[in-house]
Design a protein around this ligand. Sequence first.
Ligand code: GAL
Length: 716
Amino acid sequence: MRVSKYFLLFCLFLSFVTKLNAQSINWTEIEPGIWKGVIGKPEEFDLLKAAGVQPYHAGLQQMPKVGFPLVQEEITAHVQDGKTYLSFPLQKKEQLFGFGLNFQTVFQRGKVLTLHVDNYAGKDNGRTHAPTPFYVSSNGYGVFINSARYINVYAGTAVRRDSKVPPEVKDRNLDKTWSSHPYSDAVEMLVPAAGAEIYIFAGPTTLDAIRRYNLLNGGGCLPPRWGLGFTQRMQRLTDAQGVAAEAQAFEEKGYPLDFIGLEPGWQSKSYPCTFEWDKSRFPDPEAMVQGMLKKNVRINLWTNPYVSPEAPVYKDILPYSASHTVWNGIVPDISMPAARKIFFGNLEKGKIDIGISGYKMDEVDGGDNYLWPDVAVFPSGHDAEQMRQTYGLMMQRYTSEIYHQRNQRTFGLVRASNGGGSSFPYVIYNDYYDHRDFITALVNSGFAGVLWTPEVRSSKTGEEWLRRFQSNVFSPMAMINAWASGTKPWSFPEVAEQVKTMANLRMQMMPYWYSEFAKYHFEGIPPFRAMYLEDGFAGSETKTENKKLNLEENPYEEAITKEVKDQYMAGEFLLVAPMFAGQTSRKVILPKGRWFDFYTGKYAGNGEVISVEPGLDKIPVYVKDGGIIPMMPIMLHAPKAGQKVNIEIRYYGDKPGTYSLYDDDGETYDYEKGNYTFRKISVSKTNGKLKSGITPVLKGKPDNIGKVTFRIMTGQ
Ligand code: GAL
């Protein structure tokens, strides 16, 4: 075929126009190891503005000094027809992680996604509760696009004509190595706006890039101590007596309980909501809340933001609401100060101001068939898409602000978040209920700057109940969500004791969890994260399974990349490998270095795949050599501010170990004014003899640590 000269001229013209449009990006180092580049004219409303958080400078200053992690000229961008085209380089062996809270996959290279806040519907296609436009690379850098738009991502799928390392052209007729996914050397994105801000995060490690991202967002959240205890969400139509009876049952049976969640029935009407107590079920909410507080049990309230025509605030908020309704409730435009004053003022009045400890903010994610559509109009002028991407962020921001003003920490639940949300004291949950996928989400949460709970609701068998409970205890929020079925920890009598042991373990580990969350806040290290972020983890090489190519049915099928998504790191030292119902044994990949059994201290392996048969009572957990786990006695409620608690330091393996044990009042924001301590623990063993120490409390600093004892776990 002869190519016409007009066509060639046209091509030349096109490439000229593209080059003309290609904008050189000026990179400014805004914090150590974080560069910002501006393309076109970024919109006035974006994720970071919606979240309104300030970088945690002190934490960022501690990070290693590094240079720009990519070749700047290889990042290209241009704006055309009101859209921003972005292209980032990608090396041959690079793996990508992130792009939000995914449930089924950890490796994101080769994915085509549309990042869109939504109720997860069983497919990792970008529609999820926190579609954070942030990815990190195994080569040790991160990229964040600060835009409140639905962003299309081609994560190493498309092949550019100007590629420096184009894939080899192959003949499908005879060449068995022909691939339907030729090698792509770029991550490309399309932002449907005439500009965007790009942030590049240096490593040197992948974890460092994540840390910089979290610190840019203000540092990870630091929950109150009680937030790390156990929480029970009650059946939706429970009443004040039911609440009292529940707390009493927990106490009598000896199950820990720090807060109770009330589901829709606390409101006089829900879906849409009145935000008013139902006086038949809760005649005196204040007395109920205060009575519970005296018993060290806090109350958390469910709500969605959709305002019923019968809500007392309806008339006031009507002028500040969207053109469309959700379940016949109006949608407050919470990006407007006037709407916020009414809406959040109402969440405070008669709720937070009578002692409510926090909220569960439901249905701020989707799905499409009940949420406001993209054609909805909001009075602020922010469009429906921007509101969809940021509503969960804003709900977190403005409720947190109320608590912050009261100098009282909160810890709640939310069903949508996004880039910028790391510092908000909220945990994501959903209605999906696949235990394995729940663990994959936990693995991915650390890449997305969010917290996720694999909540326990109901189960077909006692075995499933216990297995779900075990992994839930090793997660940011230990919780039963009994809103539908009214389950209790002891609902399956055959495993009630094992469930209690696990709940107690959660409490015993509180000093560890609390210190790990402090590292999330001050150092940006996600407390729950993927094995791929761990030094010496061999699974990082991409292994592929054989192609199941079938020319009739799936002629473009490619080899499946094996990923490790059923084990994760919990805090500095622990590797958790959940068991799923029906399993009696499983394989665990131990990174290089010696690892020890959490329960017995026995040696488990070193840089190898082990097969374990833990029995029903245990969830396999391993500790790194030199690992230090601070524990406290079993308590039914988290220690209160000022309450001294004895600490047992468990020490594993043979290597000398150190640990930073965090302490503050556990309830207020005084830590922001420097009212906290990290006490250094050090332990070593020579010829079986223990040498241990903990640095003293500095004068004027919080001191909630009582007697400290040491326990050698290995070789005793
Ligand atoms: C769902 C939520 C559940 C429960 C329920 C109450 O949307 O995910 O956890 O709160 O609403 O109606």
